[in-house]
Design a binder for this molecule. Structure first.
Ligand code: PLP
Length: 263
């Protein structure tokens, strides 16, 4: 008897003890899409809705071993990267993606928080730009990350388009510049560029302060749809719809900024 085709996705990301972002958000998103979720943990954060109190990186060798264990036995149809933290881990992940010929790679270039704080050092930014982004099926920077990667300032939708064009030159097959960190009515607007077509993706704005995990959830949902066989733009459109729903179910937990919900 042949086994039923179970779709598998891999998240390569950090753990969020508060359960809002990172590995925890990714696995929930995969499960919601009926895709089996596997993980390679890069770092462990101690955090809650008020903030991060500690970050411990895993050795790059431990990240490599997790990716190899999953890919060589179970096999994956898509992967996403999130918080990779340092240059050593980023370089190791890029090597594994090449060596294991991982297809359908969503790179969420977690470098700057939605509030503008830089989360990884400058050497890690260079590695992300030079070694990992060129391997991406789609890269999903927020406004600040897009500024860092393109060297352009972003104030409006034309700037988002210009930044997407610059980032495309780094070698990713497609770029999605997210408007989540933008002011006013650009908050729900993302710009897509695949080297040939520009798309402006809009959605209804959801009025909530509980947006933690939005970027992780979007990238994981794109990976889930790629694993299910969608083309990249369709995967992005469907993932954006999923995030809009997740924002509507955002959780008012803790004393700070709560996460998006998956119900
Ligand atoms: N990954 C981890 C482990 C995090 O702690 C965070 C933010 O705190 C992120 C990713 C990025 O989160 P978001 O989806 O809100 O951009």
């Amino acid at each position: 008897m042949t086994k039923p085709k179970i779709r598998v996705a891999l998240t390569i990301a950090g753990s969020d003890s508060g359960g809002g972002a990172g590995i925890q958000a990714d696995l929930r998103t995969f499960a919601f899409h009926c895709v089996h979720g596997t993980s390679a943990i890069t770092c462990v954060t101690a955090q809650n809705t008020l903030g991060v109190t500690r970050v411990d990186a895993l050795p790059a060798a431990a990240v490599i071993a997790q990716i190899q264990a999953v890919v060589e036995d179970i096999g994956i149809q898509a992967a996403k990267t999130g918080m990779l933290l340092n240059q050593e881990i980023i370089t190791a992940v890029a090597q594994q993606v090449r060596k294991l010929e991982i297809q359908n790679l969503v790179v969420d270039p977690v470098m700057v928080s939605r509030t503008g704080a830089q989360l990884i050092d400058d050497a890690a930014v260079v590695s992300l730009r030079e070694s990992l982004i060129p391997l991406a099926t789609v890269v999903t920077p927020n406004k600040y990350e897009a500024q860092l990667l393109s060297g352009l300032e972003i104030h409006n939708i034309d700037d988002m388009r210009a930044a997407a064009g610059q980032i495309y030159q780094l070698g990713a097959k497609a770029v999605l510049v997210k408007g989540g960190g933008m002011a006013g009515n650009l908050r729900g607007v993302d710009v897509w560029f695949d080297g040939q077509h520009w798309e402006t993706l809009t959605t209804m704005q959801v009025d909530t302060d509980n947006t933690h995990g939005t970027g992780c959830t979007l990238a994981a949902a794109i990976a889930a749809h790629l694993a299910l066989g969608d083309n990249t733009l369709t995967a992005v459109r469907r993932a954006k719809e999923y995030v809009t729903t997740a924002l509507q179910y955002a959780l008012d937990i803790g004393n700070g900024q709560g996460p998006v919900g998956h119900f």
